[in-house]
Each structure stands twice: as structure tokens, then as C-alpha cells.
Design a protein around this ligand. Structure first.
Ligand code: FPP
Length: 250
């Protein structure tokens, strides 16, 4: 039983929002002498298992970096294959998402996705929008810099030049992640220590965990290990937990 892996104290420290950079599908496939799409297909299977684990452990928000705006530079065949996998995944999971109370959201520029994928994402968002228990966000054709540029534009249009000093609480409402808490933990698979344009501002205070495993191998026990590691950390948000002692007069 997963819950037994955490003490009561640890359970209280579990992250509310985990962002995952699912890296290494290509390398996973290459090491098996198979095409890259075989890696992506196995990666999709893993999405379902990690989302289910998050639900069982009690993590209400998961955001997955499924397709970056930079991934648009990949070969057409790979991009098309990824979009077909996304469509297939959403078709297959829709009923379970409705039954289990999972709300789907998407961040990123959906209008540049193929129409069939766009439609499927929009329909799933619509059909799950009344769900409140669990929240799955897919970053699709997403890039944090682009998101921030658009947010700055929209914020500046709504703020008159003489209004008070800009503040974060007002500004963050212009980000595509509006309504989501900041991620507490960002997991990246495949041993790469990079954020790659993922939630750059939202992750300002996130803890980062890098797993050496490629995404299709990042199973339930690897996810638990990341969470165990997270709950063992002290989050200070720029403050100190040390007691400030008065300076001794010499
Ligand atoms: C990184 O592996 C992974 C991606 C670019 C795509 C991730 C997408 C999925 C797992 C499938 C779609 C998602 C959903 C939610 C249905 P890589 O190709 O960059 O691997 P490499 O660095 O080893 O080449």
C-alpha cells in the first residue's frame, strides 16, 4: 500500500502540484533498436500509471510537459505520431477521467496543433471541466518565454500607466497557468539538469528532482522515490530556519 510508505508527518509535506518533464523516450527506444515513436508510445502508457499513482497518493495537481514549442522543429512524422498518440490517449482515458473526477487543462499554443488533436484536447477540457478532485494539465506546444511575453502584453494593456506598482498576484493571473498553484516539485527524467523553458516563473521556488531513468522506465517506485526525496527537504522560500543568535560583545 503506497500510503504506508509515508509517515503521517511526510504525508502532510507531500507536494500539491508536481510538474514533470518527460524526457528520454527517444533514447529509450534507441537502446532497444526501435523507432522513436515506439519510445513515445511507451511514454504515453507511463502517463496513465503516474497520473494514477498521483491520485492514490493524494497529489491533486500534475502538469506534464508533453510537447514544447521547440519540439515543433522535429521531423513531421514524429510530430504527427505524437499528436496521434495524444488523440488516442485522450479518447481512451475520457471516461475514466470523468468517472475519477479528473479535470483536464492545457497550456501552450493549441492553435498551432493539428486540428484533430486540438479538437480532442478542447472536447476533453470541456467534458471534464466540472471535475474538481484531480487536475491534469498538459503543456502542449508550450514555451514559458512565449507565455511570459504574452502575459506581459496582456497585463500592460489592462494596467493604466499611473496605476500602482506592478505586483505578482495581479500579473500571474495573465499566465496560462491561472487558477493552478505553483508547482512544488519539478521532476525531470533521463538525467538532464535543465528546465527547458518549462514553467520558468511558476517554478521559482519549486524543488527539482532529476531521475536517471528514461521516461518509459519512470515507474511507480521511481515516482515514490522522488516524493520521498521531496518530503525530506526543507523548503525555505529564501528565508532561514536557523535561529538568529544575538551577536556576542567581545
Ligand atoms: C521527450 O523524449 C519526450 C517528448 C518530446 C514527448 C513526451 C510525450 C509523450 C510521453 C507522449 C504524449 C503525452 C501524452 C500526455 C499523451 P525525447 O523524444 O526528447 O527523448 P530523447 O531526448 O531521448 O530523444
Amino acid at each position: 500500500m503506497v500510503e504506508e510508505k509515508f509517515t503521517e508527518e511526510e504525508k502532510n509535506k507531500l507536494p500539491k502540484h508536481v510538474g514533470i518533464i518527460m524526457d528520454g523516450n527517444g533514447r529509450w527506444a534507441r537502446s532497444r533498436k526501435r523507432p522513436r515513436l515506439f519510445g513515445h508510445r511507451n511514454g504515453v502508457e507511463n502517463v496513465r500509471s503516474v497520473v494514477n499513482s498521483a491520485k492514490r497518493i493524494g497529489i491533486p495537481y500534475i502538469t506534464l510537459f508533453a510537447f514544447s514549442s521547440e519540439n515543433q522543429n522535429r521531423p513531421e512524422e514524429e510530430k504527427f505520431g505524437l499528436m496521434k498518440l495524444l488523440e488516442e490517449f485522450l479518447k481512451r482515458e475520457l471516461n475514466a477521467m470523468i468517472k475519477d473526477g479528473i479535470r483536464l487543462r492545457a497550456i501552450g499554443n493549441l492553435s498551432e496543433l493539428p486540428k484533430f488533436a486540438q479538437r480532442m484536447v478542447e472536447q476533453t477540457i470541456e467534458k471534464t471541466k466540472a471535475n474538481t478532485d484531480w487536475n491534469l494539465t498538459l503543456a502542449l506546444n508550450y514555451g514559458s518565454r512565449q507565455e511570459v511575453l504574452e502575459a506581459v502584453h496582456s497585463y500592460s494593456q489592462q494596467t493604466s500607466p499611473n496605476s500602482q506598482k506592478p505586483n505578482w498576484e495581479d500579473f500571474e493571473k495573465h499566465l496560462q497557468t491561472k487558477g493552478l498553484p505553483d508547482p512544488d516539485l519539478i521532476i525531470r527524467t533521463s538525467g538532464e539538469f535543465r528546465l527547458s523553458n518549462f514553467l520558468l516563473l511558476q517554478a521559482a521556488y519549486a524543488e527539482i528532482f532529476v531521475s536517471p531513468l528514461h521516461w518509459p522506465d519512470f515507474d511507480r517506485s521511481a515516482f515514490l522515490e522522488a516524493l520521498k526525496n521531496y518530503v525530506s527537504r526543507e523548503r525555505r522560500f529564501g528565508k532561514t530556519s536557523e535561529q538568529i543568535l544575538p551577536i556576542q560583545a567581545s
